[in-house]
Design a protein around this ligand. Structure first.
Ligand SMILES: Nc1nc2c(c(=O)[nH]1)N[C@H]1C(S)=C(S)[C@@H](COP(=O)(O)O)O[C@H]1N2
Ligand SMILES: [Mo]
Length: 591
């Protein structure tokens, strides 16, 4: 059903006729605020469960970690206290008091650039972490197996996958409180990603400047352990902390061994890993880099990405706790004023900075819900070109073998549960026609038999859903390049738009626009077979797109037509696809 707006728009256009398929689209989310009750086709705002991990066949609730770590800490303190009564241990502590030889004079103190960057880092990370959790909540499970097989997850904050019905990945998503996730709503990954990627870019830029200035200024000597002595010193510091008999530190001059290791890992291990494990979740990159597609597959990358998150959270917690407990005022004077000494000045600056953080924290979710289109536009302007870079990678290495095929592919989308579809399916789609039209020399309509008579291509490739799951399957179908040869796209054509005959969750046909270049990739096909069987209802019968550079949401199922166009501005809501119109996704989402 075309929406009211859509009908008005059609009426406005006056005499020139619109294609019926365009009329069957919808204009997308109405301008203005998001109504949580209508969001995502009115999916109820389901909560997850307490996070748990799988040990063998048992799932253990991670809330047990709270009492366990308190108990462990008590035991460790008792042990450390006992150890420090040993003369040999005290001799060790005297030999390795904690802080190594002071670095060169040039590396003493905290320069202004480091102070600013430290603040920006915190500010950007806040958005990255919150939107990252929102993205995680869109598929609240982690695996080490590329095939994201239900039951083989090692971590989840969702119930087990129901086995007695089709359970879509969208149904599996859970909400988060709006103060935690951005913007909290169930399946709001499209919006969360804008926050995540925009602040990723800012954070990366901040990081690059930091690396340059760090090495240029000589201050890297404060963060890079230059002798093996760092390990006994770190052990000694740990022991001193645990025995509640703390070392004398002077962070103004040099960090102690434990600090040095923690900072080094954060700056030179965790941060680069965050970037690499983020990038490896891109279908194009995963396909391009063969070892990545195999060993460091999407799910391993996602698990590493999550582990880095845990490191950053743990680090931030410990770091803050240490700042507060090892001399709050001098510590804050170091990092906020670049001054060594007492006084409340640093504390005042700290309060000011925290006020900015708190206000931004508080504003992010309401701003997103009130101005989702703005978030999408700004996000697209800032990150679209960067994400677009991945569109030019060659997906060709990304093929797998029979033994890699997933036992289960998560389904997604609203199923075609109409009488008309069932009738068509019963007749083995004898009445089905694929319509190819638009800016082409020879528009045509092809029956399934005619499509099967065209060159047939088989490929075993990995599907990467934006929500975070992946799975390998064997597809067979018509290469798009052969279809293009048959219809002849005119010069100037920039996109091929794929239309489903099935509606999306908010009504209006599901569709998506693809770069014309991708139609000539060797692995872009309209598939009519999945794992040696005719494609079934759930996965898109009779025809679904495979474009191995792109994320799953762009791979339209139940395809009824392909249109070649110069621009998609007049199609649907004009954003390049159903999810871009309705759920504020980016039409170019390389990752
Ligand atoms: N017509 C239509 N096609 C669609 C969707 C949809 O909702 N409607 N969902 C997309 C999404 S988000 C994904 S991940 C894949 C899922 O493909 P599968 O169900 O075959 O695994 O289909 C894509 N194609
Ligand atoms: Mo998806």
């Amino acid at each position: 059903m075309p929406s009211e707006q859509e009908q008005l728009r059609v009426a406005d256009e006056g005499p020139h006729e619109r294609d019926p398929i365009h009329i069957a689209l919808s204009a997308g989310a109405p301008p203005g605020e998001i109504d949580p009750a209508d969001w995502g086709g009115g999916i109820p705002q389901t909560n997850g469960v307490a996070p748990r991990i799988r040990l063998g066949s048992r799932w253990v609730n991670l809330l047990w970690l709270v009492p366990l770590s308190v108990a462990l800490l008590i035991v460790l303190v008792a042990v450390a206290k006992g150890l420090r009564d040993q003369p040999a241990i005290e001799a060790f502590v005297r030999r390795h008091p904690g802080t190594l030889r002071s670095p060169q004079r040039s590396a003493i103190g905290i320069p202004a650039w480091a102070r600013w960057q430290h603040f920006f880092n915190l500010f950007f990370l806040m958005f990255i972490v919150r939107s990252g959790l929102q993205i995680l909540a869109d598929h609240p499970r982690l695996y080490l197996d590329r095939n994201s097989t239900p039951g083989r997850d090692w971590f989840r904050f969702q119930r087990p996958v129901p086995a007695d019905r089709v359970w879509t990945a969208k149904e599996d998503s859970v909400r988060l409180p709006g103060w935690l996730g951005i913007p909290g709503l169930r399946h709001s990954i499209g919006l969360a990603r804008w926050w995540h990627f925009v602040f990723d870019l800012f954070w990366l830029a901040n990081g690059v400047v930091f690396y340059v200035l760090l090495f240029d200024s000589g201050h890297w000597r404060r963060l890079v352990p230059l002798s093996w002595e760092v390990f006994p010193n770190a052990g000694s510091v740990l022991l001193q902390y645990l025995s509640l008999n703390w070392p004398q530190d002077n962070g103004w001059v040099a960090y102690n061994g434990l600090q040095l290791l923690a900072y080094f890992v954060t700056v030179f291990v965790a941060a680069p890993l965050a970037l690499a494990s983020g990038l490896l979740q891109s279908p194009a990159i995963s396909n391009r880099v063969r070892f990545a597609g195999r060993r460091l597959n999407h799910q391993v990358a996602r698990t590493i990405h999550f582990s880095v998150l845990c490191w950053f959270l743990g680090f931030t917690f410990m770091h803050t706790a240490m700042i507060f407990t090892t001399g709050l005022l001098p510590n804050l004077n170091h990092i906020d004023l670049g001054r060594n000494g007492g006084g409340w000045g640093g504390f005042a600056v700290y309060l000011g900075w925290m006020a900015i953080v708190v206000i931004a924290w508080w504003a992010a979710t309401p701003l997103t819900l009130r101005h989702p289109r703005l978030v999408q536009r700004v996000g697209n302007a800032i990150t679209g070109p960067v994400q677009g870079l991945f569109e030019h990678l060659d997906p060709r290495p990304g093929e797998f073998e029979e033994r890699d095929i997933a036992p289960h592919l998560w389904p997604n989308g609203k199923m075609p549960e109409t009488e008309q579809y069932e009738q068509m399916a019963r007749d083995e789609f004898a009445s089905y026609r694929l319509r190819v039209f638009g800016s082409v020399e020879r528009p045509c309509e092809l029956s399934l038999a005619e499509l099967r008579a065209l060159p047939r291509q088989e490929q075993i490739t990995a599907h990467h859903c934006i929500q975070g799951w992946s799975g390998v399957a064997k597809w067979a179908g018509v290469p798009l390049r052969d279809l293009c040869a048959r219809v002849g796209p005119k010069p100037g054509v920039r996109y091929a738009v794929f239309y489903s005959f099935v509606e999306g969750p908010d009504g209006g046909l599901y569709y998506d626009a693809h770069l014309i270049e991708h139609m000539y990739h060797r692995l872009t096909i309209l598939a009519y077979e999945l794992n040696n069987e005719p494609l079934g209802l759930v996965h898109g019968a009779p025809l679904r797109l495979r474009n191995e550079v792109e994320l799953g949401f762009k791979l339209v199922k139940w395809v009824q037509a392909v249109e070649f166009v110069e621009s998609f501005a007049e199609i649907g809501g004009g954003h390049g696809g159903y999810n871009a119109d309705h759920e504020f996704f980016g039409y170019r989402a390389g990752i």
